[in-house]
Design a protein around this ligand. Structure first.
Ligand code: ADP
Ligand code: MG
Length: 683
């Protein structure tokens, strides 16, 4: 075939390989091995060395050993269940080969009498004689047996022998890829070519040789590919032309005048960045990142009103209805009355919904709030110019790209996230967007004090809570959401509710996922209006809810949560000017590691710092939300061990962007490594 790329072999499916049948393919598919390339990244864990040939007199029982023997005599008992046996020897001793469930013909073929055969396997003994049972490594060609075989950890259903054969076959047929790195970069990796590096990766001598040049080269390839994909998406979106949005400072001032605080410097800078993008002639695709409580909402609403005043519609999407409603309510308060805004709730009556949908289509509603439901097909905007997405850190690169396409060219996009991520990962997580960062917290904030308590000490906690309540403060009491079991969860929050209601009669409210939305809202409003002092809840309060008067949060089973999630929960308090507290409750004494983690929380109120520390302690794979977030699950690269490579790749990307380097030379790299499978849309 003409125009074939030489990397195509690596991307072809497993049927291309000799010795891989349907069954093996199915097994591998279940392990997410879909093509030849995928097979390269399952590394040998250890190996079996069959190269050393032993004499029978030197055999050690229980060990895998290789011997060269002469078969002398067959014993084929005509009795069921008795194994076939072949008596063999070398010039130093005797050994029997035992075969269960085997055919005579097969045995005669593999062990012809009086001819030398090489055989490798685990040696046992029976009645004082050496034996080897069902040997699979057996051949008259000793070079086929006297090899080093890797042990891989996926051989369920596939024998080591078959698997090694497959890998050897691939390594033998590796295409010569044209080098994509510059000489200067390549030199840093000892000039290891990709092919050589891959071969070394599977060389048993190199097991766990993470510091070697070949390993680093491959890790770097992976990092650079992930950054490059994102950078390409970003460039592509930036090229999209749109009608610029024209507005004055009027809308901004109208909102700011209604606030009883001044915007922080970071809020102002972020707004300027957003406004500049809105004004520009290219599409905005921007992330507003800021720790919990840093005040992202107000920035979003001001920019929304700007867009409305420029004559476009705005859609704000939140992860939960509660949050959508909270934003809607705030906008109702802050926006001028002549602006028509709507909340599209899944629970509102159909007539009401239809009316809103109709108004959106006729441009009679200027801004709509809701969950992902606002992007249903049946909802048509007359003139959508701006999409704001709150707290969607679980969106991956691909989902974001879809979203950006959705609104059409004229539609700017702002994502907001409070999930702080370690610096090394910024470009792999958010490299497809421009980022505005709110680092500074509103200055009336005091740090939340964090304590840990054993459940058996609940009386101390109750005492503390009572004191706070007597001072007019309010309390969140969180029972963990163990995702698989909403039911247990719901029960545990109900039980806690009952328990606390006895201690604080008529002063406790309950919120969990099973309560109807309308009801939820009533409860939240009552809590906001201080009808209750304690709100028992599952983690549905985790994202975004804003209750400045609540200043204590008790988190049960705190060990069920990741640090970042605990930090998010803790961020529900300390939003007003009073001293706030967070009490982490544990069922049993903490392990050393758990103590370390809790100390990180106690010592820091900075989400970024916490995520760095969390990553160092747990490894990045476990960091909350990353698995779902579309962050590449790197196969070799490790953001902690390979920090230098991440920084190097970041520098390289900046250079590529700045010098407008044609990325064609990276085509093979991108095609091979792009796990989000998005690059086909781009290059
Ligand atoms: P997040 O960034 O977590 O979404 P919010 O936007 O919900 O934070 O803001 C948290 C709280 O801080 C709200 O009650 C908001 O009114 C308040 N707030 C926002 N900006 C400021 C500021 N500059 N000064 C004081 N309070 C502020
Ligand atoms: Mg928020």
């Amino acid at each position: 075939m003409k125009n074939k790329n030489n990397y195509d072999y690596l991307l072809s499916d497993l049927t291309k390989l000799n010795g891989v049948g349907k069954k093996t393919m199915e097994i591998l598919k279940k392990k997410k091995v879909n093509n030849i390339f995928d097979l390269l990244w399952r590394l040998p864990k250890s190996y079996t060395d069959r190269t050393l040939v032993s004499k029978i007199c030197d055999l050690q029982i229980g060990m895998v050993q290789t011997i060269r023997i002469i078969p002398l005599k067959y014993q084929f008992p005509r009795v069921r269940n008795l194994p076939n046996k072949v008596n063999c020897e070398d010039h130093t001793g005797k050994i029997d080969c035992i075969f269960f469930n085997s055919h005579e013909g097969y045995i005669r073929k593999i062990l012809p009498l009086n001819e030398e055969v090489t055989i490798s396997g685990k040696i046992s003994s029976y009645n004082g004689r050496y034996q080897i049972t069902n040997p699979t490594y057996i051949s008259q060609d000793s070079s086929l047996i006297e090899t080093i075989d890797n042990k891989y950890s996926l051989t369920d259903g596939i024998t080591e022998k078959t698997y090694n054969k497959i890998i050897k076959q691939i390594l033998k047929n590796l295409p010569m890829l044209t080098e994509w790195h510059d000489e200067k970069i390549l030199k840093k990796f000892g000039n290891e070519s990709w092919n050589n590096a891959i071969i070394k990766l599977h060389d048993p001598k190199n097991i766990e040789n993470y510091k070697a040049c070949f390993y680093k080269r491959l890790a770097y390839d992976e990092i650079l590919a992930s950054f490059l994909v994102n950078s390409e998406i970003r460039k592509k979106i930036k090229k999209i032309k749109k009608t610029s949005k024209k507005f004055t400072e009027r809308a901004h001032n109208r909102i700011v005048n209604k606030l009883n605080f001044n915007l922080t410097n970071d809020q102002n800078v972020s707004l300027e960045e957003i406004n500049r993008d809105l004004n520009s002639k290219s599409k905005m695709f921007r992330l507003l990142q800021g720790d919990v409580g840093s005040g992202k909402t107000i920035v979003a609403l001001i920019s929304a009103l700007n867009v409305v005043s420029a004559g476009f519609q705005v859609a704000l999407m939140a992860p939960t209805e509660i949050l959508a409603r909270q934003h809607y309510t705030l906008a109702k308060k802050l926006f001028p009355e002549n602006i028509s805004i709507a909340l599209l709730s899944s629970k509102s009556e159909n007539i009401k919904k239809k009316k809103i949908i109709n108004q959106l289509e006729n441009n009679r509603v200027q801004m709509v709030f809701g969950t992902h439901a606002i992007f249903q097909k049946k909802i048509i905007f007359a003139n959508l110019g701006y999409i704001i997405i709150d707290e969607q850190h679980k969106f991956g690169v691909r989902q974001r790209k879809l979203l950006s396409d959705k609104g059409g060219n004229n539609c700017d996009v702002l994502l907001m996230s409070a999930t702080p991520i370690p610096r090394t990962l910024t470009m792999s997580v958010y490299g497809d967007m421009d980022v505005s960062l709110i680092k500074e917290k509103p200055n009336n904030r005091k740090e939340v004090k964090t304590y840990s308590k054993l459940e058996s000490k609940i009386n101390d906690v109750i005492k503390f809570v009572r004191k706070e309540i007597n001072e007019g403060n309010q309390v969140f009491w969180v029972c963990p959401l163990i995702e698989e079991s909403k039911k247990i969860d719901h029960q545990s929050s109900v039980n806690k509710y009952k328990f606390l209601s006895k201690l604080f009669p008529n002063n406790v409210a309950l919120l969990h996922g099973k309560i109807e939305n309308e009801e939820k809202e009533i409860i939240l409003n009552q809590f906001l209006n201080k009808k209750y002092s304690i709100l028992v809840s599952t983690t549905i309060i985790e994202v975004g809810i804003d209750f400045p008067n609540a200043n204590v949060i008790v988190i049960e089973n705190a060990n069920k949560f990741g640090l970042s999630q605990l930090h998010q929960l803790r961020g529900r308090v300390g939003r007003g000017s009073k001293q706030a507290s967070c009490i982490l409750m544990f069922k049993s004494n903490l392990t050393v590691n758990a103590k370390k983690r809790i100390n990180i929380l106690k010592n820091s109120n900075d989400g970024f710092e916490i995520s760095e520390e969390d990553m160092k302690l747990r490894g990045f794979g476990d960091l909350l939300g990353f698995k779902q977030s579309g962050v590449k699950n790197f196969r070799l690269a490790d953001p902690i061990q390979n920090e230098d490579l991440f920084l190097m790749a970041e520098k390289e990307i900046k250079k590529i962007e700045l010098e407008n380097i044609n990325i064609n030379k990276y085509k093979a790299l991108l095609k091979l490594y792009d796990q989000a499978d998005i690059i086909n849309d781009i290059v």
